[in-house]
Design a protein around this ligand. Structure first.
Ligand code: NAD
Length: 277
């Protein structure tokens, strides 16, 4: 059994990107600049935003942050997005989700120019993914593909089962596995015989949002298990959607939580920031 080290792989990717930015600087190329917008001061969002800014600094690109008060109106937020869409210095725009309840998330996502949609959530980006065109990929699922490839896990021809069908993880994940020529099954809350379906998987990607739900009963001997879930337990420690202790010994590869999929999301965001520049 091999534990896939997401921290190490994400560091490799960031170092590759840093080298690329150094080359761009040496060539006198335009250097990307990411605009990060946060509305309100949800502590978890503040941590994510802080980490994204640090990653920009690490790879050597610019970042500008816009910390707006909780009571910011939707129109005010849309005006800021319009201004950033028209600002040539800004090459990527990210609105940290979730936004406060009085703001409609879909309206915000659609307003970001598809050319600056580094989160890959705009319908244009999602559509491009579905029909196999080049575009911004949703960061977490793109990170999972990198974890598999860089760990030497073959995807082509494999039975891939994704649990979860959210727009940010499950759906793009299944399309990316399909793009890599996996044979893909998507499971969700209405799936019957979940255990039996999961037991078919050579590669099982779990994005349910339920702490430690996936036990060894769901896993085929020798499968590769990727855990996207992240939860804080009562004792303060983090865990995933997979019961790691129970499942690990049955796997060929498994990602831990923390230190598996989590660090990959920001690495892939940085990768998106260097795209189309
Ligand atoms: P979500 O709640 O939007 O979607 C969960 C999905 O799981 C739904 O499609 C639902 O149909 C399915 N589901 C729920 N209960 C089920 C059940 N009993 N059986 C089968 N399917 C079931 O969640 P999400 O946004 O996709 O996130 C999933 C997990 O991944 C969460 O724990 C989240 O915190 C984590 N996450 C991590 C990262 C990261 O960077 N590592 C990024 C995004 C999400």
């Amino acid at each position: 059994m091999q534990i896939i080290d997401g921290k190490k792989i994400s560091q490799e990717i960031k170092d590759e990107l840093k080298a690329k930015v150094e080359m761009m600087k040496a060539n006198g190329d335009k250097i990307p600049c990411l605009a990060v917008i946060q509305v309100g001061n949800d502590p978890a969002s503040s941590v994510y935003v802080g980490n994204k800014k640090k990653a920009c600094e690490y790879i050597g690109i610019g970042s500008k942050s816009y910390e707006l008060p909780e009571e910011t109106s939707q129109d005010e937020l849309l005006s800021l997005i319009d201004a950033l869409n028209n600002d040539d210095e800004i090459t990527g725009i990210l609105v940290q989700l979730p936004v406060p309840k009085h703001i409609d998330e879909d309206t915000i996502i659609r307003r970001i120019s598809p050319n600056k949609d580094v989160d890959g959530f705009h319908p244009m980006s999602v559509g491009a993914l579905l029909i196999g065109e080049d575009g911004f990929l949703s960061c977490t699922p793109a990170g999972v593909i990198q974890l598999l490839k860089r760990s030497g896990v073959e995807i082509a021809g494999k039975e891939c089962v994704v649990i979860g069908r959210s727009n940010i993880v499950g759906k793009p994940m299944s399309v990316l596995l399909l793009r890599e020529n996996g044979t893909v099954t998507i499971c969700h809350s209405r799936t019957k015989n979940l255990k039996e379906v999961c037991k078919r998987a050579d590669i099982l990607v779990v994005a349910i949002g339920k702490p430690k739900m996936i036990t060894s009963e769901y896993v085929k001997e020798g499968a590769c298990v990727i855990d996207v879930g992240i939860h804080r337990m009562e004792n303060g420690k983090l865990c995933g959607d997979v019961d790691f202790e129970d499942v690990a010994e049955h796997c060929s590869f498994i990602t831990p939580v923390p230190g598996g999929v989590g660090p990959m999301t920001i690495a892939m965001l940085m990768n998106n920031c260097l795209k189309n520049i």
